[in-house]
Design a protein around this ligand. Structure first.
Ligand code: LFR
Length: 489
C-alpha cells in the first residue's frame, strides 16, 4: 500500500511516496519543486496558488506512475497563515514570516502584556515573526483582510482545505501561533480578547493523526484519481521531523537541520517556567500530545542567502563547492552569532557577516571559503551552546545528538557539530519531515502501533552516519571566544 506525503520547506517542496513492507519503510520522491516567495512592493508573500498547483502535479505524477495513494498528508513551515472570507475565499496573499511588517511589533505587544504573561499562557519562544505579532501588526495597520476574516488557517490547514473543502486547525502548527494555550488545551480566548483579535475565526484544533476529509471530487476528476482520505499529520514540518528521529530512548536530543536549525528534546508536558522563558525556549506541540522543548537557531539560511548574494554577483558555486572551499580555509578566523537579528531577513548576507565581525573587533573574512567557514563553524558552536542549554533546562545529559533533515548532507557541518559538542552525532534520515509525515499516516491507519514503533522502523529502514568528535582542544578554545564575542556568557 502506497501513501503520499507533501513536505513543503521554505526553499523547496516535494511529494514523496511511502511504502511499508515487512517492517521496512521505503520512500520515493516523485515530485520536487521550488518554493520561491514573491516580493510585491515592499511586501514578501508566499505563492500559495503555485504551491497548490505543484501539489496537484505531484498527485498527477503518482497516477502516471501507476500509484493511487491510500492516504495523504501535508507538512510545511510553521507560523504563517491565510485568512478566509465568509464565502470561503482566501483574502489576500499570505505573508512570508521574513517580511518586515512585524518590525517593532513584538516589543509593542510585550510592553502591553509582559513576557511573563505571554510565555506563561503559551510556552512559546519569542520570535519577532510569530503569528501573534503578524496578526497584531495587521490589526494595527487597519488591514481590511483581518477585518473581513471569517476563518484563520495555517499554511498546511489552508492547502488541506483546498484539497478537501474542510477547514480544521491542526495542533502542532496551532501551538506555534503563540495564541494556543497548552495548559487549557485550546485557543486562548483571554489572550485573544486582550489583543482584540476575533476568537471566532479560530476553529477546531485536531491532533496529528486525525482523519480530515477526502480529496474533493472536482480535483479527482481533474487529475483522474479516485477520492483519497486526507490525514492531518504533524503539519508543522519540525513536528514531522522530530517524529522521524530514529531514537530508541524515550529521551534524546535532536537537531532538525534545514533552512532553520531546531535543537531540543521531546517532553511529555510543556516546560513553562522562569528558566525556559529566560533562555527563550519553546514548547511546540507534537505527535501524541508530546512537546518539542527546543530553540530556533538561524541555520543554513545564512549560507543559502550568502550563496544567493554570490550568485547575483556572478560568482556561482554549488553547495558542495562552497563546503569544499570552507574546508580549505583557515580555522576559527572569524565567528558570528548566527542568531543576531542582522541575519534574519533576506539580503546582502556576506556584507552583514563582515559588518558583524567589524562590530565585534574581528578581522572580517575576505574570500568565499573564509565566509563559508565562518558560517559553518559559528553554527556548530551555537549548536553546542543550545545543546548545553537543553541539558540544563531538561535536567538531562544526552549521550550524543540526532541530526535529521536535508542539512545533514553537509558532512562537514555534521563533523563540526560533533567536534563542537564533544559527543557523537548520529545523522539520518535526510528526509526527516516527509518520513515523519508518512509515519503519522501509518499510525492513523493502524499499520504502525505507536510513535515508538514508527521510530524503530525508521531506524531499521534508513542509514545513520556516525560522526565521532575530533579536535577537542581547538573547539574548546574557539567556544570560549565565541561565547565572549556573542555575549553569551
Ligand atoms: C522550520 C520551521 C521552524 C519555524 C520556522 C518558521 O522549517 O517550521 O520550526 O520556526 O520554520 O515557520
Amino acid at each position: 500500500m502506497t501513501i503520499l506525503a507533501y513536505d513543503l520547506g521554505a526553499s523547496s517542496g516535494r511529494a514523496v511516496l511511502g511504502r511499508l513492507k515487512d517492517n521496512r519503510m521505503e520512500v520515493e520522491e516523485i515530485h520536487r519543486f521550488p518554493n520561491d516567495p514573491v516580493k510585491i512592493g515592499e511586501r514578501l508573500h508566499w505563492d500559495l496558488l503555485r504551491l497548490f498547483h505543484e501539489m496537484k502535479q505531484g498527485l498527477l505524477k503518482a497516477r502516471l506512475a501507476g500509484e493511487t495513494p491510500a492516504s495523504l498528508g501535508i507538512d510545511t513551515w510553521a507560523v504563517d497563515f491565510g485568512l478566509l472570507g465568509r464565502t470561503g475565499e482566501l483574502l489576500g496573499n499570505p505573508y512570508h514570516y521574513r517580511d518586515w511588517h512585524t518590525e517593532g511589533e513584538m516589543e509593542r505587544v510585550l510592553a502591553e502584556l509582559t513576557p511573563e504573561y505571554l510565555f506563561g499562557r503559551t510556552g512559546i519562544q519569542f520570535l519577532t515573526f510569530n503569528t501573534i505579532f503578524q496578526l497584531t501588526a495587521m490589526k494595527r495597520a487597519g488591514n481590511p483582510v483581518l477585518e473581513q476574516a471569517d476563518k484563520f488557517l495555517m499554511i498546511p490547514d489552508l492547502l488541506r482545505y483546498y484539497l478537501t473543502g474542510e477547514a480544521f486547525n491542526e495542533f502542532s502548527n496551532a501551538t506555534t501561533t503563540q495564541l494556543y494555550n497548552p495548559l487549557l488545551g485550546g485557543w486562548d480566548a483571554e489572550l485573544l480578547g486582550k489583543l482584540g483579535l476575533p476568537a471566532s475565526m479560530f476553529g477546531t484544533v485536531v491532533d496529528p493523526g486525525t482523519p480530515a476529509g477526502q480529496l474533493r471530487s472536482s480535483i479527482g476528476t481533474e487529475l483522474g484519481v479516485p477520492s483519497i482520505p486526507v490525514v492531518a499529520v504533524a503539519e508543522h514540518d519540525t513536528g514531522s521531523a522530530v517524529a522521524a528521529v530514529p531514537a530508541l530512548d524515550r529521551s534524546f536530543a535532536y537537531l532538525s537541520c534545514g533552512t532553520w536549525s531546531l535543537m531540543g528534546t521531546e517532553v511529555d508536558k510543556p516546560v513553562i517556567n522562569e528558566l525556559a522563558q529566560k533562555l527563550n525556549f519553546t514548547n511546540e506541540g507534537g505527535v501524541g500530545k508530546t512537546y518539542r522543548l527546543l530553540k530556533n537557531i538561524m541555520g543554513l539560511w545564512i549560507l543559502q542567502e550568502a550563496k544567493r548574494e554570490l550568485d547575483r554577483a556572478g560568482q556561482e558555486y554549488s553547495f558542495p563547492q562552497l563546503v569544499k572551499l570552507a574546508e580549505d580555509a583557515p580555522p576559527f578566523a572569524a565567528l558570528i552569532d548566527p542568531d543576531d537579528v542582522l541575519f534574519l531577513h533576506a539580503g546582502d548576507m556576506v556584507s552583514r557577516i563582515r559588518q558583524y565581525c567589524r562590530r565585534t573587533g574581528q578581522q572580517p573574512p575576505e574570500g568565499v571559503g573564509a565566509v563559508v567557514r565562518c558560517i559553518l563553524e559559528s553554527l556548530a558552536l551555537k549548536y553546542r551552546y543550545v545543546f548545553e542549554l537543553t541539558e540544563q533546562l531538561s535536567g538531562q545529559s544526552f549521550g550524543g545528538l540526532h541530526m535529521v533533515g536535508g542539512g545533514i548532507q553537509n558532512a562537514l557541518l555534521c563533523q563540526w557539530s560533533a567536534n563542537a559538542i564533544g559527543k557523537p552525532v548520529w545523522a539520518g534520515p535526510t528526509e526527516g519531515s516527509a518520513i515523519g509525515n508518512l509515519a503519522v499516516q501509518w499510525i492513523a491507519s493502524g499499520e504502525l502501533a505507536s510513535i515508538g514503533e514508527a521510530r524503530r522502523v525508521i531506524r531499521d529502514s534508513f542509514p545513520v552516519t556516525v560522526y565521532e568528535p575530533q579536535d577537542g582542544p581547538a573547539w574548546e578554545e574557539a567556544y570560549g571566544r565565541f561565547r565572549r564575542l556573542a555575549g553569551l556568557e
